[in-house]
Design a protein around this ligand. Structure first.
Ligand code: DIG
Ligand code: MN
Ligand code: MN
Length: 389
C-alpha cells in the first residue's frame, strides 16, 4: 500500500473508528485473546498515525465501570490530551449496556426495574462523558434487549419500556443542553437469540412514537442488516429520505454468519460500491464510522493495515462512483431508461387528474416492448469496478 497515492485519508473524509475496534483483542467464543491490551491513548496514537479524523467510545472503553470520580477525571484528561495531539475529534459516544452481567436480561427492557433504572443512570453518565469530549451524536445499540425465550416478557412490554427509556434520555439531553442527536442501532440477533428492533426499519417505525422524534434517528450497520438478509443500501436510503440517517456503522459481512464486523468492502465489494455511491450522491455529511475489527490472525501492524484498508477501500469506491456517474455509456443508458413516455402526469391527487388518468388508454404491448438494458448497465458497472473503464 503506497503512502502517497490518491487514496490517503483526510479530515474532510470524516473517517472515524471506535476505541473498541482497533482495541479489539481477537477473542471469540472458541478462542482466547490473541492481542495484548492497548490503552485508549495508544489507540488514539494509532488512529493519528493511520490518518483517521475521529474516535468514538463506549463509556467503559475509556473509564472502567467502577472508577472513582477522581480516576475518571484523570483518565478523561489524559485521553483529551491524546486526541488533541493526534488531531482527533470525538464525533460520537455510546454506552455499554451489554457487557456487564447485570444486563444479562437486557437493560432498558429488563424485567427487573432496578436494572432498567441502572441502565438509565449509566447512560446519563455516558452522555455526560460524551458531552465533555465534544460528541454530538449518541448511539444506542440494544445488544442485550432481547430474548432466548419469549416466555420471559410480552414483546410489546419491551417496546413500551424502550420508549420510556429513550423519552427519559431525550429529556435529560434537553435538561443538560447537550444537543445530542440519538442514533438507534438495530441488529437481529447475537448476543441475544433475538434482539428487539431487529432492523433499521423497525426503528424507523418506533421513532415517530417517541415524545421527541426530531431528536432521534438511526445508526444502520452493514453487518447487522445483512445478517437479516437485507439490502443495506436500501435501508440507508430509506433512513436518509426520512431525514433520520444520523450516523452509520461501516464494515462487511458474509451471508448467514455471526456478526463478523469485517474490514469495509472486504466481503461484498459491489454492494459496498452502491452504498458509497449513494452516500456520495446525496452528499451525506455525517461521520464514516468503521465499526469493524481486524482478523484474529493480525498483530498490531495488521490492525493498522485493517484501519488503513477500511478508509482506502471507501476512497477507491468514492472514485469509482464518480467514474460511474461520468461514464458516457452509462449515462446514455440511464437517459434511455428514464426517457419520458406519453404517460399522463400523475403528481398530487386532483379530481381533474384522476379523471384524466381513468380516461387514459394504455398501450400495454408498446410499453412491454420498451428496452431495459440492465444486463449491459450492470456489466458496465462490473467493468468499471474491475478497472476496465
Ligand atoms: C455493535 O455494532 C455496536 C457497538 O459496537 C456500539 O454500541 C455501536 C456503536 O456504533 N455498534
Ligand atoms: Mn456489528
Ligand atoms: Mn455497530
Amino acid at each position: 500500500m503506497t503512502n502517497n497515492d490518491a487514496y490517503q485519508p483526510k479530515p474532510s473524509h470524516k473517517f472515524s473508528f471506535g476505541l473498541w475496534t482497533l482495541g479489539n483483542r481477537g477473542r471469540d467464543p472458541f478462542g482466547d485473546f490473541v492481542r495484548p491490551v492497548i490503552s485508549p491513548v495508544e489507540i488514539a496514537n494509532m488512529l493519528g498515525e493511520v490518518g483517521a479524523w475521529g474516535v468514538n467510545l463506549h463509556d467503559n472503553d475509556l473509564v472502567p465501570i467502577d472508577a472513582t470520580p477522581a480516576e475518571r477525571d484523570a483518565i478523561v484528561r489524559e485521553f483529551k490530551k491524546a486526541c488533541a495531539e493526534n488531531k482527533l475529534v470525538v464525533p460520537m459516544a455510546t454506552v455499554s449496556l451489554f457487557f456487564h452481567p447485570i444486563f444479562r436480561d437486557g437493560a432498558f427492557t429488563a424485567n427487573d426495574a432496578e436494572v432498567r433504572a441502572y441502565a438509565l443512570q449509566k447512560t446519563m453518565r455516558a452522555m455526560d462523558l460524551g458531552a465533555e469530549l465534544g460528541a454530538k451524536i449518541f448511539v444506542l445499540w440494544g445488544g442485550r434487549e432481547g430474548v432466548e425465550t419469549d416466555a420471559c416478557r410480552r414483546a410489546d412490554d419491551a417496546v413500551k419500556r424502550l420508549r420510556e427509556a429513550v423519552n427519559y434520555l431525550c429529556e435529560y439531553n434537553l435538561d443538560q443542553k447537550y444537543g445530542f442527536k440519538f442514533a438507534l442501532e438495530a441488529k437481529p440477533n447475537e448476543p441475544r437469540a433475538d434482539i428487539y428492533m431487529a432492523t433499521t426499519g423497525h426503528y424507523l417505525g418506533f421513532i415517530p412514537t417517541l415524545d421527541h422524534p426530531e431528536m432521534v434517528g438511526v445508526n444502520p450497520e452493514v453487518a447487522h442488516e445483512q445478517m437479516a438478509g437485507l439490502n443495506f443500501m436500501h435501508g440507508v436510503a430509506q433512513a436518509w429520505e426520512a431525514g433520520k440517517l444520523f450516523h452509520i456503522d461501516l464494515n462487511d459481512q458474509m451471508p448467514g454468519r455471526y456478526d463478523q464486523d469485517l474490514r469495509f468492502g472486504s466481503a461484498n465489494f459491489k454492494s459496498a460500491f452502491w452504498l458509497v455511491k449513494f452516500l456520495e450522491d446525496v452528499n451525506y455529511e455525517g461521520p464514516r464510522h468503521f465499526d469493524a475489527h481486524a482478523y484474529r490472525t493480525e498483530d498490531f501492524c495488521g490492525v493498522k493495515d485493517f484501519a488503513r484498508g477500511c478508509m482506502r477501500t471507501y476512497l477507491i469506491l468514492k472514485e469509482k462512483a464518480a467514474g460511474w456517474n461520468a461514464d458516457k455509456e452509462i449515462r446514455a443508458i440511464l437517459q434511455e431508461i428514464s426517457a419520458g413516455s406519453n404517460s399522463p402526469p400523475i403528481g398530487r391527487y386532483s379530481k381533474k387528474g384522476a379523471a384524466a388518468l381513468l380516461a387514459h388508454v394504455f398501450n400495454k404491448d408498446a410499453i412491454c416492448k420498451k428496452r431495459l438494458p440492465y444486463e449491459r448497465l450492470d456489466q458496465l458497472t462490473v467493468d468499471l469496478l474491475a478497472g476496465l473503464r
